[in-house]
Design a protein around this ligand. Structure first.
Ligand code: HEM
Length: 469
């Protein structure tokens, strides 16, 4: 009642006794997206915010940039809903509690600096060439789902750069580790969206509980072995941590051995697992959506190709860091793709002290949570004008971005707890798209209905058709 009174001026969608608005998350992923769109509409029509009761827990869903900025700047602790990831990712950066997160983020940040990640362009380029080669079997055939190809490629890149392990997923797409990882993700996804699987007492009665434990244990064993092996190598050859030692790649893990904080092997496993999980599917989805959008908008594809030809001529050579900086138009295309298809569609934060939200004019009491509706904000006419639903990469031209609210665009979140790998993700996306587009012309008819799992997927996959250039 206290929380309800404090937020009385906010609209609330129709709700049931006890369950509240929990029905929003019932049904399949497509229904969840539809419900989220309905909530966004209520937000737009009211004060840019809506309250949602999930049982006794109050969430304020925010669909405007001004309040999103206040929440993301002031509330750095993740909401309780992320607790399901705890057995898997422990206190790794992604879900680390605030006190630990502060010191660990400081230590990890320099590793994701542009200068460091540019060193990975060689690996990214090699893996992108394999992707182009693998795609050749789809040339002049029917429409196919490109995501599976891209995901295998980003897995190779992220594993090799984060752990120093050459997984070669692109040539052997099935392995016990990948299967275990997939099972864990599927069960966790169910737990996020099927409310009856959320209480431990009910979940533990299902066969999923045992399956989850066993598969998490398997993935941990895998990363533990890599950590042990790389630590032994590090101890044998300390110089690996300063310069690239005898041409060997310095993976993120190698750089974590000699930081100001002496991480234990368990902590290293948690960080590396968090990085590979947060970095892989997100980047793959961004690339896949962008490829489909290029196939749907041939005029945009032509402009991307013109830019690529200005940089590379007709060459299929590897991308270097100057090329990355010169791909300005492609960058706008990727940004626009991430706006319309925000692969992380919502972000939930804990409100641990009273917080005033100026746009909706509500004092949020401590003990509530805020859900930032990234998907809704990215498509809001109030933030993006009447053409908000249209694909227009030039809206990211500097002169058209100046007036925009800094939190109107949140593909990587905002504030101190934003995505640590955002530049890395952009470099991977630019390199892979450059390689694919220089080899193939893409056709696509549309993206179709979306579904929400933890990330945002098209129900019918990322369907494209390829012909050789
Ligand atoms: C281009 C694709 C990517 C997108 C769209 C993306 C998006 C995001 C978002 C929205 C968050 C904040 C989530 C939240 O607050 O709930 C986040 C956090 C994070 N991302 Fe990314 N990400 C991408 C690529 C990457 C890459 C390539 C890596 C690393 C290899 C990475 C590693 C992380 C980590 C470790 C966090 C947690 C940061 C923290 O809590 O301090 N991401 N990402």
């Amino acid at each position: 009642k206290r929380l309800d009174r404090a937020t009385a001026s906010l609209p609330v969608p129709p709700c049931l006794p006890v369950l509240g608005n929990a029905m929003i998350f019932l049904g399949d992923g497509e229904k969840v997206v539809k419900n989220i769109e309905d909530i966004a509409q209520i937000c737009y029509k009211n004060k840019g915010a809506v309250k949602i009761w999930l049982g006794p827990k109050l969430y304020v869903a925010i669909g405007n940039a001004e309040d999103a900025k206040i929440v993301l700047e002031n509330c750095l602790d993740k909401d309780r809903v992320y607790r399901f990831l705890r057995p898997w990712l422990g206190r790794g950066l992604f879900i680390a509690p605030l006190n630990l997160w502060k010191s660990h983020r400081k230590v990890l940040l320099p590793i994701f600096h542009n200068k460091v990640i540019e060193e990975y362009l060689g690996v990214i380029g090699e893996r992108a060439e394999i992707l182009v080669e693998r795609l050749s079997k789809e040339v002049n055939k029917e429409y196919f789902d490109v995501l599976q190809y891209v995901t295998a490629c980003t897995l190779d890149i992220v594993f090799e750069t984060a752990m120093g392990e050459e997984m070669d997923v692109q040539h052997s797409t099935d392995s016990p580790y990948l299967r275990a990882r997939h099972t864990v993700m599927t069960i966790l996804n169910m737990r996020f969206f099927k409310l009856w699987l959320q209480p431990d007492c009910l979940f533990n009665l299902t066969p999923y509980a045992k399956q989850l434990r066993e598969n998490i244990a398997y993935t941990h064993k895998f990363t533990d072995e890599v950590v042990r092996k790389r630590r032994m190598e590090y101890e044998r050859n300390k110089s690996i941590s300063t310069e690239q030692s005898d041409g060997k790649l310095r993976a993120v893990l190698d750089m974590l051995f000699d930081r100001e904080i002496k991480f234990t092997d368990d902590q290293l496993r948690e960080h590396i697992d968090s990085i590979t999980i947060a970095g892989n599917d997100t980047t793959a989805l961004v690339i896949a959506y962008t490829l489909v959008l290029l196939g749907m908008h041939q005029n945009v594809q032509d402009k991307v190709i013109q830019e690529q030809e200005a940089i590379f001529g007709m060459s299929k050579r590897k991308v270097n860091k100057d090329d990355i900086n010169n791909m300005n138009y492609l960058e706008r295309v990727i940004k626009e793709s991430m706006r319309l298809y925000s692969v992380v569609p919502i972000i939930a934060r804990k409100i641990d002290r009273e917080l005033y939200l100026p746009h909706c004019g509500v004092q949020l009491p401590a003990g509530t949570s805020a859900v930032i509706g990234v998907f809704g904000i990215h498509r809001s006419k109030a933030e993006w004008g009447p053409s908000a639903e249209e694909f227009d990469p030039d809206r990211f031209l500097p002169e058209r971005s100046n007036e925009r609210h800094p939190a109107a665009y949140l593909p990587f979140s905002y504030g101190l707890r934003n995505c640590i790998g955002r530049n890395f993700g952009m470099i991977i996306a630019k390199t892979i798209i450059s390689n694919v587009i220089r080899s193939y012309k893409i056709d696509a008819t549309g993206i179709g209905p979306l579904k929400m799992e933890i990330l945002l997927f098209p129900i019918n996959g990322h369907q494209i058709r390829l012909t050789r250039r």
